[in-house]
Design a protein around this ligand. Structure first.
Ligand code: ATP
Ligand code: MG
Length: 306
């Protein structure tokens, strides 16, 4: 356990799903109040003397499958990276727990779950302004990482978590980008191909991202996913079809709004250097939102457009 933290014995609760080589469970974590961290008591005394200042918070436990050392190392590196960054639109990682042969990442539980599922469920209530707000929050987290020269590498609607619904009159949504999980370069080629069309084309062969450009592509694909209420074409495609899609430099169908379409296509450029920085993305999104407040999402799911 990281210091000042202990997973409560009853920690592992409901199974939330499977990720890339992980199983995700709801859990609870016992934490001590901040004030006590200053005092010179040892850990054991805290447990015994300050029972009232202990509180239990809900977390997710990402349990890594039994795996090769390289994978476990990459998993720890991600946890370490996530616990070193701090941004309101990045999920909070409490730390890792190594229990026997079990490697667990302990992460903030975000109440309303992944954005793709949320959009499919609430599509009737979600407005274009709601989507712009979410897109800007995501861009601000990625812009923060960009200034630190950090690459996320796994941006998609599934990895954006909804902390506030923002569907009621006068309220706004609030989202957090989740951890990227196992780094692309240690995943198999097949796992990278599966991530088409979110993964940047240049990352498919080796999984080595060329700076933030990889995230800029994924951001474009995620924006389309948001426009389409959580659906992207190709979800039913085979691995061969997916590979072929990038090999032939095909383009995804863009939304009907001309301005938004050209903005998204800037992100979805096969040449990494031609993609806009997140600084630019943030500025342009703000302008688009003001100039084009009523863009409606695509009525139906478009086909891939080779
Ligand atoms: P990947 O690296 O591919 O993203 P992962 O281990 O992060 O894999 P996900 O597929 O992203 O796993 O998550 C699996 C499911 O767990 C999600 O669909 C969601 O329901 C749930 N989940 C993950 N993280 C959180 C969180 N922080 N709060 C609430 N639910 C979460
Ligand atoms: Mg994830």
């Amino acid at each position: 356990y990281t210091s000042k933290m202990a997973v409560c014995p009853c920690a592992q609760e409901q199974h939330l799903g499977r990720g890339t080589r992980t199983n995700i469970y709801l859990g609870s974590l016992l934490v001590w109040g901040r004030e006590e961290e200053e005092e010179e008591e040892d850990e054991e005394d805290k447990w015994n003397n300050n029972l009232t200042d202990r509180k239990e918070i809900r977390v997710v436990l990402k349990i890594l499958d039994q795996s090769h050392k390289d994978i476990a190392l990459a998993f720890f590196e991600t946890a370490s990276l996530m616990s070193q960054v701090s941004h309101s639109h990045l999920v909070f990682v409490h730390g890792v727990s190594v229990k026997g042969s079990e490697n667990v990442m302990v992460e903030e539980f975000v109440e309303f779950g992944p954005l793709d599922v949320f959009l499919r469920r609430e599509r009737a209530l979600v407005t274009p302004q709601w989507k712009y707000t979410v897109a800007k929050q995501l861009a601000s987290a990625l812009s923060y990482l960009e200034t630190k020269q950090l690459v996320h590498g796994n941006v998609c609607a599934k990895n954006i978590l909804v902390a506030r619904r923002g569907l009621e009159e006068g309220t706004f949504p609030f989202v957090k980008l989740s951890d990227p999980g196992i780094a692309l370069n240690v995943l198999s080629r097949e796992e990278r191909v599966e991530r088409i069309p979110w993964i940047a084309p240049e990352c498919v062969p080796s999984g080595a991202p060329i700076g933030s450009a990889a995230d800029q592509w994924s951001f474009g694909a995620t924006l389309l996913e948001i426009c389409n209420n959580g659906d992207l074409p190709m979800s039913g495609s085979t691995l061969t079809e997916k590979e072929r899609f990038y090999e032939t430099r095909s383009r995804l169908t863009e939304p009907s709004s001309q301005e938004l379409a050209s903005f998204i296509s800037m992100c979805l450029t096969y040449e990494p250097r031609e993609r806009p920085s997140f600084r630019t993305v943030l500025r342009e999104l703000t302008e688009l939102q003001i100039k084009n407040p009523d863009i409606s999402p695509l009525e139906s799911l478009p086909d891939a457009n080779p």
